[in-house]
Structure formats: C-alpha cells, structure tokens
Write a protein that binds this ligand. Structure first.
Ligand code: 5GP
Ligand code: ZN
Length: 114
C-alpha cells in the first residue's frame, strides 16, 4: 500500500532504526518509546488489522512472535521479561493500520494496561 507508513519502511522509502529483518518480517525501534526497549515488529506484507487475517496468514503471525522473542534476547530483556501486544482498531488504540506487534521491555510493566 503506497500510502502506508510501515509499508514505506519495508520498501526503504523511509529508513527506520532496524533491529531485525528476515524475508517476511521487519523489526524497528518505535519513534516514541514507552519503555527502554520498544520495538515494532511488522509483517512485510500489508495487513491492516488482526480483523483482516486469513487462515493462510497463521504462519506469518506466528513469525511476529518468533521475531519478538529473538529481539528480546538481542536486547537483553528476555530473562527479566517483556510485553508483546497488538492493538486493534479505535478502542484497542491502533493508530497505524498495518499490523504491528509492540515489544516492550527494560522496565516493569503495569497491569491492567490503560
Ligand atoms: P499503534 O498505536 O498503532 O499500536 O502503534 C503505532 C506506533 O507507531 C506508536 O507506538 C508510534 O510511536 C509508532 N510510530 C508512529 N510513527 C512512527 C514512525 O514514523 N517511525 C517509527 N519508528 N515509529 C512510529
Ligand atoms: Zn502497510
């Protein structure tokens, strides 16, 4: 999608601070970090929200979690712990409509989230 911010990062039109990349997934630092480690993990293929997933996307969505665990280890937060989450639509707090998993760590997370 030509007008999608995260698609532009995937194509390199905008250059994010990349921490992990493979054929299917890109992970980069959030521009407005809410924790010492705050990374966004996106599928390279555009999918707007979790509501738009098809059964064939199951592997791709799993790859986001695998990438998150890998980045958590790379960032040194795996053992202490971290949070992963995907916001969906207005009440979920989604602002960018290209699925992304937040990975946050480096501080104790509160519960419930706001
Ligand atoms: P959402 O609220 O959609 O779940 O999360 C969107 C995230 O994208 C926010 O945490 C926000 O800080 C981040 N973000 C928005 N614009 C940019 C940008 O241009 N670059 C990066 N790296 N992150 C961005
Ligand atoms: Zn996109």
């Amino acid at each position: 999608m030509s007008d999608c911010l995260f698609c532009k990062m995937v194509t390199g039109e905008i250059a994010p601070d990349v921490v992990y990349e493979d054929d299917d997934v890109l992970a980069f630092r959030d521009i407005n970090p809410q924790a010492p480690t705050h990374v966004l993990i996106v599928p390279k293929r555009h999918i707007s929200t979790l509501n738009d997933l098809e059964p064939d996307d199951a592997r791709l969505i799993g790859q986001l979690s695998l990438a998150a665990a890998r980045v958590a280890a790379q960032e040194g937060v795996a053992d202490a712990g971290y949070r992963t989450l995907i916001n969906t639509n207005r009440e979920g707090g989604q602002v960018v409509f290209h699925i992304h998993m937040h990975l946050m760590g480096g501080r104790r997370m509160g519960w419930p989230p706001g």
